[in-house]
Design a protein around this ligand. Sequence first.
Ligand SMILES: Cc1cc2nc3c(=O)[nH]c(=O)nc-3n(C[C@H](O)[C@H](O)[C@H](O)COP(=O)(O)OP(=O)(O)OC[C@H]3O[C@@H](n4cnc5c(N)ncnc54)[C@H](O)[C@@H]3O)c2cc1C
Length: 239
Amino acid sequence: MRWQAAELVADRFETPSARTLILRVPGWPGHRAGQHLDVRLTAPDGYHAERSYSLAAPADGDRIELTVQRVADGEVSGYLVDGLPVGAQIEVRGPVGGWFVWTPEMDGPAVLIAGGSGIVPLAAMLRARRKSGDTNPFRLIYSVRTPDELYYRDELREWRDAGVEVFLAYTRTAPAGEARAAARLAADEIATRALPPAPDVTCYVCGPTPFVEFAANALVAAGHDPAMIRTERFGPTGK
Ligand SMILES: Cc1cc2nc3c(=O)[nH]c(=O)nc-3n(C[C@H](O)[C@H](O)[C@H](O)COP(=O)(O)OP(=O)(O)OC[C@H]3O[C@@H](n4cnc5c(N)ncnc54)[C@H](O)[C@@H]3O)c2cc1C
């Protein structure tokens, strides 16, 4: 894989601290939902910083989408969220990853569990499902700290309309009128909100490492086959 130039052609803020970057990458080879890429930033003195970011949307010619969460004191995320102007170029290399992927050809039910920005590759799967017209049962369990930090708010409704059962677990502040009080996602909530275990149910879990381990263990305890649980851990990368 080689580094390719990527131009920021448009953007939007999903939350005050998360920005979606729409990049044009001439010659982009395409990708599957769930894959990620590497981003490389180069300072005027030649210093490089590289980080991984999930592809947030299905392949669309030479356009790709990322959603980057600003991390406190983050070297790369801070610049991608607050500094990179539309029209600027960065470098990308990818797509990367062949296991944490969903394609319509898999033709089976799926459970998606996201912690915070871990929703990004799962959104790519949900968008790909909608685009393909796939009608297999899907369940999304999305743990988010506050309503202000909810990504892809409008699309959540569209995914629901397309038959996805969505369970939002607010961990710090719940919106007014929410029946569930703010609390960490519990193992029994995962057990009851996920699809029942079955040989054809694939589970995808993405987020910070402790969240991923907790959710994957909860799925196993609920009877899901570990071989059907695919995980993606978001950092810290240590790069
Ligand atoms: C496969 C993969 C896909 C990823 N996809 C996405 C994505 O779609 N969107 C996204 O926003 N991020 C994603 N990440 C995380 C991303 O690669 C960076 O780790 C993140 O943006 C922080 O980089 P930074 O340079 O800003 O922080 P750094 O300068 O590396 O670190 C600053 C501080 O933040 C801590 N830190 C680093 N990473 C994280 C993190 N992820 N969460 C909390 N604290 C952290 C560090 O320990 C350090 O204390 C992904 C990571 C992987 C491995």
